[in-house]
Design a protein around this ligand. Sequence first.
Ligand SMILES: Nc1ncnc2c1ncn2[C@@H]1O[C@H](COP(=O)(O)OP(=O)(O)OP(=O)(O)O)[C@@H](O)[C@H]1O
Ligand SMILES: [Mg+2]
Length: 219
Amino acid sequence: MIKLSNINKIYKVGNTDFYALNDVSLEIKKGEFVAIRGASGSGKTSLLNIIGCLDNCSSGTYLLNDKDVSKISDGQKSKIRNEQIGFVLQDFALIDSQSVIYNVKLPLLFGRGSFSTLNRKARKALKLVGISEQAKKKANQLSGGQRQRVAIARAIVNWPSLILADEPTGQLDSKTGMQIMELLEALNEQGMTVIVVTHDDKIASYASRIITISDGKIV
Ligand SMILES: Nc1ncnc2c1ncn2[C@@H]1O[C@H](COP(=O)(O)OP(=O)(O)OP(=O)(O)O)[C@@H](O)[C@H]1O
Ligand SMILES: [Mg+2]
């Protein structure tokens, strides 16, 4: 599903090149549950942003479902993101003043579908993450764990084939963090490919494969 070959990500710092990713090659198969583990500044988010078509690599090739996405337009990239990828972030990135169900429906508002179809899909996603009773609350009326569940419901509302989670448990206590990992595990069992970025070994241990990154290189 994902095939990165000799990927470099270079940031210009003054007039020197800084390699955030240095000759990274890796393959992730459909249906895998992978953790990308590494210290702060090792390049995890840079890597995830490329995998998620949020950023371009400086050189190398990236095949996503056999399509070379290093060469496609920004418009095509956003279409791929919307249709195929669900994002889960450390800070949840919810719209606080809106209801839970509105937050979950958000990705669907860019596509087609009647009001009732949108609601049905959002309800289904909320049920799957176990917070159906909270649907009408405002996002800022929930606990951290509940907020992350809303974010995951929003990520899966389009039923993407790939879920990318960047430190999804970073703001949660360890017990709640483990519940979130169990939820990602359950989604993986439903067939979604899951990639979790973390610096925490315990969180990484939920994955069936751990990829370690250090100073922009896979080790
Ligand atoms: N826009 C940028 N310009 C210059 N350097 C950058 C930029 N973005 C990231 N970097 C550098 O690239 C390196 C990798 O950053 P990245 O955010 O990928 O690390 P990370 O592993 O996700 O770290 P953390 O665990 O702290 O989130 C860091 O040294 C960072 O300072
Ligand atoms: Mg990061």
